[in-house]
Structures are given as structure tokens and as C-alpha cells.
Design a protein around this ligand. Structure first.
Ligand code: GLN
Length: 541
């Protein structure tokens, strides 16, 4: 491990949803903008090995890394905001920690000893942190501790970070505590008591925060800052306002920079504060702030009620819109509503410029998605299908264009006469649910002359996956005869990765998830082109 690597631990106080993930990703971006190298780790106190088995309704999107880890959606923010490539090393849960320690115990590695939370669990937590520091040449390892201080589950993590400071010394470790300073509307007053309580709770665990990041609706008044500083034992300069931003989350790094969060962090470590240079971000922000046109995209899915369930999809669409200087209007359509009231399809989708059907699991809302895809195909509205979106598109095309009545995916109808989507043999044998899908980046060759190849401008790409089911190859001929092109193939085992209809303004679906690789400053080519085509449709070109 580089002996100069510094560690920044971010804990959360008072309540959840204060934007800890975005705050740490933003600080990562700013530190990179000052010329430093960073990596970020998310530590989640739940017992699941990973969120792969959790419902998106509860937990939000499951983000997939290049190496196939199913992780918390905060990893998505880290990748979108910073230049780092993150792997399974960057996503740690209580379940993983206990799993490792228990396996060691069964192997006999601790023979004769009692295995305990301290030191065995805490040592394993620390080793995960040091492992990231040792794997790359870094100036900063930033660690986000999930949950809120006071939760029983997070105590071993807090104890571990207390020990890290003890081991490395305070000149290499900084504790940032993100807390809430609410405003009582009737009195128009900002309140510091919840912050005081939360800091007290941290101190009881032996953690002294160096910086308090105070989420507020208006900047903290100077007297309030000195009050917080006095009661919480931090310097006044280290009490920072994390003010709600209007517009988009991409304003957060700028708000932090204005409030000198980055400078204060560097000062605390006695490090050089080189000028901030993030020109590509400045350009992106300008495009977001100064749109020249509009675009209206319908996202048709079943997890519409929760914003975070399709987090990376919404972000990638926004990146594509900004790249086209378009103000984005997203219409969220619940596929179950469409299913129940098919007559709504015209009313809901009649006025949109593009239709996107994202990934998902289970049969709820499937017929609604198929209806939306059919509508987009027949009415020549740009259509983008992702993962389950591709599978529904295949079913729709089979039924309505290839005359394969009753065609379906085996996931939804095991006895369908035309299983156009089915399991590969090796998946048929899989019994366990956790981490057993086709996960992570796989190669996809792009067929010469296909639209997808011209959009990427490459012969081959690596894209991330998270699925079990595949296009059933024996139906390829009949699909091709009816006008579908298989533009992307995973050649080693001949799997269909992408489909397209050349005789349509823009109809592409991918078995992989391109949204995981889109960044504000590197919008994904498929999203950028989908939005371009949607704008063309809107403007009637
Ligand atoms: N349920 C489908 C499968 O397992 C699609 C998965 C997805 O959309 N991520 O193949």
C-alpha cells in the first residue's frame, strides 16, 4: 500500500436519503479535478451477500460492475462521477464479511480460538479497505458507510474505521459526517439539535468527526455554524453547508466546490490545493443548463413508482439528451396500467418522441410492455429495448410479424408453443439465485452493415449483463426473413446480443445493459443516438 494514501470515511446521521452516495461521488470528482487519484468503497451493513436478490421496489436498482458484481446503486454514482473503474472489491456487505470469516472458521484457520466480532469481523472489514488501497496507486480511498449512525448493524463498520484511524494516525484519516439541519417551516428556523445528537452517538463509538457536512435547504448562517462547531467539537471552517440544489444532481459538485468542501478536505490533510480543472463537466453542465430543443421519452416498466429502480437508465437518457442539447421530459408509464387498460396506449404514447423498455424480472406487466413495443414499432416511434426490453420485443415480433401465435419467453410461460426466449442449458442446471446469472462484461461483435455497428463505430464492444434468458437460436431464420437483423453477437457461443429493424426509424434492443457505462462526460453512443432519432421524429425530419 502506498504509504501516502489517505482515507476519507463518510458516515450518515439523523436519517437516510441525505445523498451520501452523491456527496462522496462529487467529492471524488472534485479531488480528481485537483489532480488526485481516488477510489471509493461502499460498505453496506445488511446481511445479504449483495443486493442481487433484493427487489428493486425496496432497494432500487442493482448496479452491475464490469467484473460482474451485483452492487448498490451508489456504485453507479461513483462510476458516473469519477474516472475509476470499480469492481467487486468496491462493494462490501456484512453478509460478505461474515461469509468469509465463517468459511475460514470451518476450514480450521482459527483452530483453538473463539471467533468474535472484534477482532475477526472488524479485521476482515479493515482488510477489505486496505485491499483497495493496495490494489491501485491512489491518493485517496474514500469509504461510504451505508445506513445511519445509531443503527445496530453498522456498529462493526464504525468500530473498524475507528481502528483504521488508530493504526494510520490522524494525518492519514478524515471522518466526514453527513447530517441533516432541518428548517422548521412555521418558525423559519434551522435546527442543530439532530446534528448534535448524531455526533454524540458517533463520539460514543470513539469516532470524532473532522468535517460536518450539513444538508440544509438554505446555507447555514454564520452563527449557526459556530453553534454547531462549539457543540460538536469541530472547527467552524469544517462545518460545511450541503445545500439542496435545483435542477439536477450534477450541480452538487459545483455547490460543494463553492462551499469549499474540496479545499477544506485537502487543507485538513495539509495537501496542495491545485486549481480545479473539470472542463468536460463544465461543458456537460452548460448543455444541461442551456437546452436548445426538447425531447419526450416514455419509459415503460413495472418499477416506475420508485425513482431509484431505473436510476442508471434515467441518468443515461439524460446524458444522451444533454449531448443533443435537448431538455428532457421523461414520461414514466407503468406497464401494469397499460396491461389493465390497453385503450390507454394511444393516449399515453401518442405524444412521445421515443419509447424505452428497460430490464426486469417476473411476468407482471409483461403484456403492457409488449403492447408499448408493438405501438412503437407500428407507429415508427424510436424504440430502445434493454434486456427484458429486448426479450419482450422478440416476443412481440414473433407473435405479430412472424405469425408465431402464443410465442413467449419461457420465463413467463413454460409451456409456450414458441419459446423464442429460453434458458441456455447451463442455466437450466442452476438452482441458487444469488450471483448465478450471466453477469458482467462480455464481448459483443457488431455485424458489418448493421445500424448498431455504425452507431458505435466499432467492430466489437464490451457491455455488461445481468440476465438468465437468451434469444432461442432456432428462431433466427424466421425472424430474419421477416425483417429483423441480429446486429450484435457474442461470437464465442453464438448468443444474440442485439436486434434491430432496418425498416424503422430507430428500433434497437440489447440483451446487455448499456446504461451502466454511460457517463455525463461520455454519454453512451446508443443513448445519444436514440435521443437524436427521437428529436428527429419530434421535429418531423
Ligand atoms: N428476466 C430476464 C432474464 O433473466 C431479463 C433480466 C433483465 O432485464 N435484467 O433474462
Amino acid at each position: 500500500m502506498n504509504i501516502n494514501t489517505k482515507f476519507i470515511f463518510v458516515t450518515g446521521g439523523v436519517c437516510s436519503s441525505l445523498g451520501k452516495g452523491i456527496s462522496i461521488a462529487s467529492l471524488g470528482l472534485l479531488l480528481e479535478g485537483h489532480g488526485y487519484r481516488v477510489s471509493i468503497i461502499k460498505m453496506d451493513p445488511y446481511i445479504n451477500i449483495d443486493p442481487g436478490t433484493m427487489s428493486p421496489f425496496q432497494h432500487g436498482e442493482v448496479y452491475v460492475t464490469e467484473d460482474g458484481a451485483e452492487t448498490d446503486l451508489d456504485l453507479g454514482y461513483y462510476e458516473r462521477f469519477t474516472s475509476g473503474v470499480y469492481t467487486r472489491k468496491n462493494s462490501v456487505t456484512t453478509g460478505q464479511i461474515y461469509n468469509t470469516v465463517i468459511q475460514r472458521e470451518r476450514r480450521g484457520d482459527y483452530l483453538g480460538r473463539t471467533v468474535q466480532v472484534i477482532p475477526h469481523i472488524t479485521d476482515e472489514i479493515k482488510s477489505r479497505i486496505y485491499n483497495v488501497a493496495a490494489s491501485y496507486d491512489l491518493d485517496f480511498v474514500m469509504v461510504e458507510i451505508g445506513g445511519t449512525v445509531g443503527d445496530i448493524e453498522s456498529i462493526p463498520f464504525l468500530e473498524a474505521i475507528r481502528q483504521v484511524r488508530q493504526e494510520l494516525g490522524s494525518n492519514r484519516v478524515l471522518n466526514v459526517h453527513l447530517t441533516l439541519v432541518p428548517t422548521i417551516t412555521a418558525a423559519g428556523e434551522q435546527k442543530t439539535k439532530p446534528t448534535q445528537h448524531s455526533v454524540k452517538e458517533l463520539m460514543e463509538l470513539g469516532i470524532i468527526p473532522d468535517i460536518l457536512l450539513c444538508r440544509t435547504s438554505q446555507p447555514l448562517a454564520p452563527e449557526l455554524k459556530s453553534k454547531i462547531a462549539l457543540f460538536c467539537n469541530v472547527s467552524e471552517r469544517n462545518v460545511i453547508s450541503a445545500v439542496d440544489v435545483a435542477g439536477s444532481i450534477y450541480e452538487v459538485p459545483y455547490m460543494f466546490h463553492q462551499n469549499e468542501y474540496d479545499t477544506i478536505v485537502l487543507e485538513n490533510f495539509k495537501m496542495d490545493v491545485k486549481p480545479l480543472k473539470i472542463p468536460a463537466w463544465d461543458k456537460f453542465r452548460n448543455s444541461l443548463r442551456n437546452p436548445e430543443r426538447e425531447v419526450r421519452i416514455a419509459v415503460v416498466g413495472k418499477y416506475i413508482a420508485l425513482q431509484d429502480s431505473y436510476r442508471s437508465i434515467y441518468e443515461a437518457i439524460l446524458h444522451g439528451a444533454a449531448a443533443n442539447l435537448a431538455r428532457l421530459d421523461i414520461l414514466r408509464v407503468d406497464s401494469e396500467d397499460l396491461e389493465k387498460k390497453p385503450e390507454l396506449v394511444d393516449e399515453l404514447l401518442g405524444g412521445v418522441d421515443g419509447v424505452l423498455v428497460p430490464g426486469g424480472f417476473g411476468d407482471r406487466g409483461i403484456e403492457g410492455k409488449i403492447m408499448a413495443i408493438s405501438y412503437a414499432r407500428r407507429n415508427r416511434i424510436p424504440f430502445f429495448g434493454i434486456c427484458l426490453g429486448l426479450q419482450c420485443a422478440v416476443v412481440e415480433f414473433a407473435r405479430n410479424q412472424c405469425g408465431l401465435a402464443g410465442a413467449n419467453s419461457k420465463e413467463f410461460a413454460a409451456d409456450t408453443p414458441h419459446p423464442v426466449i429460453s434458458l441456455l442449458e447451463d442455466q437450466e442446471l442452476v438452482l441458487g439465485k444469488g450471483g448465478t446469472m450471466r453477469l458482467g462484461a462480455y464481448q459483443c461483435s457488431l455485424v458489418e452493415g448493421s445500424r448498431i455497428r455504425s452507431i458505435y463505430g466499432k467492430e466489437s464492444v464490451m457491455e455488461r449483463h445481468r440476465h438468465r434468458y437468451e434469444f432461442t437460436n432456432r428462431y433466427r431464420d424466421i425472424f430474419e426473413k421477416n425483417g429483423m437483423v441480429f446486429g450484435g453477437i457474442h461470437t464465442p457461443i453464438n448468443l444474440v446480443e442485439t436486434i434491430e429493424i432496418p425498416d424503422h426509424p430507430w428500433y434497437i434492443a440489447t440483451q446487455f445493459h448499456p446504461e451502466f457505462k454511460s457517463k455525463p462526460i461520455h454519454p453512451h453512443p446508443l443513448f445519444r443516438d436514440f435521443i437524436r432519432a427521437s428529436i428527429e421524429k419530434r421535429e418531423g425530419k
